[in-house]
Structures are given as C-alpha cells and as structure tokens.
Design a protein around this ligand. Structure first.
Ligand code: PGA
Length: 256
C-alpha cells in the first residue's frame, strides 16, 4: 500500500480538559509550532471551548473538532449536541465512538453508526474510533472485534465519504491513558487488518486512500516509530496533546 496516497492526520483529543480561556491559550501556543506541519492538524476540544478554539485558530492550518455529536438533527435529547449545530458553529471535525463514550456513556456500535451517519449528512468530517478491550486481546478476538465495529459503523457509508471525510482511529482500549502503548508492530497489524476489511467492503483503491490512525498513549517519544509503520496514518492523541511542545513533536514526527 502506497503511503503517499494518504495525508496523515494528527488529532489532539483534549477530553474534558481546557475550558474556553485555557483552550484559547493552548491553541495560541500550538499555532506557531504547527505552522509548518506536513500533515493535517486537528484539535478536538470540549463543546464549551469550540468557539474560543475556532476564534484562536482562525486563518491557521489548525482544524477544530468536537468530541461527540447526536444522531438526530434536533429534539428532546437533553445534554446532547447535534451535528448540524456543530456545522453551524463552523466546526469541521467530530470524534465518534471513542472508547470512553462506549465505556461510560452507553455508546454502542448502533449509536456509533447513527452518529457517524448524522455527522456525514451534516457535512462534517468524522474521526471514527474502534478498538478492543484488554480481555478481548487476551482471548485473541481483536481482529473480530475491530472488524465488527468498523463494519457496523461504516454500513451505508459511500467510498467517497470514507476517503474524503472519515478518519478511522484504531485505539486499543488497554493502551488509552495507561502509558501502555501498542508496539509499532501490534498497532500496524490491526491498522492493516482494518485496511484489508475496507478493501473487502469497498475496493483496493478505497483502502489505499483511507486514513487510519493509531491512538493510545502516543507521545513525543514513541510517535516516530509508530508513524513510520506502513499502515499508520497519524494519531489520535490524548494526554500528550495537552502540552504544546509534546504535541508539536508528534506533528513533527508525522511531517517527515
Ligand atoms: P491517550 O488517549 O493518548 O491519553 O492514551 C488517546 C485517546 O483516548 O484518544
């Protein structure tokens, strides 16, 4: 597979960190450090900080993302935010199906599918997260789990939507926030099997053009090795995205 067909995406997932004032400050710190990036740079910030982050990043190469969106355009869904609302705000990206949403907020493969569909219909780009639990890896069902999650999420998604507006993030749940990174080989193996699934569902050409990130304790020290793998096209970064210098080093590793 030719890596030149894909532009890597380095996305920060700030999770529930940085209100508007802190978001503005961190975007201003990252701006000059990301200016020469040879990859797509995305910052997924808390909903209340979207406007501040959009304003602080205006006119730069930094794109802003939300961390979730609802599947309905509007309605009686207290506490939720629709994809259309994000679009209206000028937000280009949204994370869907993060394991913390699956683990703590009852997200299922069905709701991940519906949120993905809604985001695409609203014209957003989606960072679609998949990944196995530790127990699933230990029972050797990683491939089945990741194939199932990916297949269900992408049901009804066209090849064009997949290539142009979906970034798949493979995030082994046991590696998120634990300091336990998958080895470059382990990460690449699963990214490659996701690409193989896409070839089966769509075509070799679509698979070759689909951006597939790795996420899970990626940091400034291990990013180079991970991003050098043939099937890893960038990263979804939690902890290390909260510090401008560390995040910039990861952008640098993706820009070689
Ligand atoms: P981490 O988080 O980099 O802190 O492990 C990654 C993620 O949850 O996207």
């Amino acid at each position: 597979m030719n890596k030149n067909l894909r532009v890597p995406v380095i996305a920060g997932n700030w999770k529930m960190n940085n209100g508007p004032a802190a978001a503005e400050k961190l975007v201003h710190e990252i701006k000059p450090l990301a200016a020469a990036a040879q990859c797509e740079v995305v910052l997924c910030v808390p909903a209340v900080s979207l406007q501040a982050a959009l304003a602080a990043s205006a006119g730069t190469n930094i794109k802003i993302g939300a961390q979730n969106c609802h599947w309905a355009p509007s309605g009686a869904f207290t506490g939720e935010i629709s994809a259309d609302m994000l679009k209206e705000l000028g937000v280009p990206y949204v994370i869907v199906g993060h394991s913390e949403r699956r683990q703590y907020f009852g997200e299922t493969d069905a709701t991940v599918h519906d949120r993905t569909r809604a985001a695409l219909d609203a014209g957003l780009k989606v960072i679609l997260c998949v990944g196995e639990l530790k127990a699933q890896r230990l029972t050797n069902i990683t491939a089945e789990v990741v194939r199932l999650q990916t297949k269900l999420a992408l049901e009804g998604v066209s090849a064009e939507e997949l290539v142009e507006r979906i970034v798949i993030a493979y995030e082994p749940v046991w590696a998120i926030g634990t300091g336990l990174t998958a080895t470059p080989e382990q990460a690449n193996e699963v990214n490659a099997l996701i690409r193989q699934l896409i070839a089966e569902l769509y075509s070799n050409e679509t698979a070759a053009k689909t951006v597939i990130q790795y996420g899970g304790s990626m940091n400034d020290a291990n990013a180079g090795e991970l991003l050098a793998q043939p099937d890893i096209d960038g990263g979804l970064i939690g902890g290390a995205s909260l510090l401008a210098q560390k995040f910039a080093a990861i952008i640098g590793a993706a820009s070689v």
